[in-house]
Write a protein that binds this ligand. Sequence first.
Ligand SMILES: NC(=O)c1ccc[n+]([C@@H]2O[C@H](COP(=O)([O-])OP(=O)(O)OC[C@H]3O[C@@H](n4cnc5c(N)ncnc54)[C@H](OP(=O)(O)O)[C@@H]3O)[C@@H](O)[C@H]2O)c1
Length: 247
Amino acid sequence: MSLELKGKTALITGATAGIGRAVASTLAELGAAVVVHGRAAERGSSVVEEISAAGGTARFVAADLADPDAVHKLAEAAGPVDVLVNNAGVFQFGPMLEATAEAFDLHMAVNTRAPMLLVAALAPAMAKRGFGVVINITTGAVSTPVRGGGVYVSSKVALDYLTRVWADELGPSGVRVNAVAAGPTRTRGMQARGADLADTLGRTTTALGRAADPREIAEVVAFLASPRSGYVTGAVVEARGGAPAHS
Ligand SMILES: NC(=O)c1ccc[n+]([C@@H]2O[C@H](COP(=O)([O-])OP(=O)(O)OC[C@H]3O[C@@H](n4cnc5c(N)ncnc54)[C@H](OP(=O)(O)O)[C@@H]3O)[C@@H](O)[C@H]2O)c1
């Protein structure tokens, strides 16, 4: 395994579970010193222990991303960051006509506003150093309406758009910004919404006919974090198992 991220620090939000946890381990394997973020300190410690046991470097920082002050404190505690992965996310589903202001605000706060504040806090120092990478985890469920996904997917579409705007603003400084649009992935969050929700969606909504393992999404993030993708910016890279044809 080559240490492509040796000497770099990577902050991964929502790294106490699912896709974020797999991203933290994968970037640590590439040599990055990893800042594991989440809310649950116990799960955070277990990720840090797992990475340390494998020979990597990691520490945990807790913050509730729904609170803008906590987001600022997270940016300060993380220190200078070379790779920022905006992964933490909430996803609640329900009919749009029954959506509440609270649900809308929560999705926008965690999925859209927190990445906005983190990029604003951390990217200027990246730009000054002439190097930095931001990767946003969004969803492949944007091309056709997902039943019950109005609020959630709207918050991720906004993040896809910001990805392109940040890429433009930061490109001249050598900072690349991309998104990975994930498909149905077997994670704790999906499990909580239904024991085989990820597998059912994988079977019915992807060309590959199966759900992803979190590691398969993490590998795409690793590519975008590494110098191997040096000419890729402003891209929303689909890792959603492909689109099945309509019959
Ligand atoms: N799984 C899928 O099928 C799928 C598909 C497309 C896109 N995605 C996106 O991929 C990302 C990760 O999804 P996942 O399935 O791995 O999620 P997950 O298993 O539910 O894990 C969510 C992570 O986000 C953190 N988090 C949630 N709310 C937070 C808050 N208010 N403040 C701070 N941290 C918070 C959780 O931390 P704590 O538990 O420590 O609080 C946890 O680490 C999300 O952005 C999701 O929208 C997932």
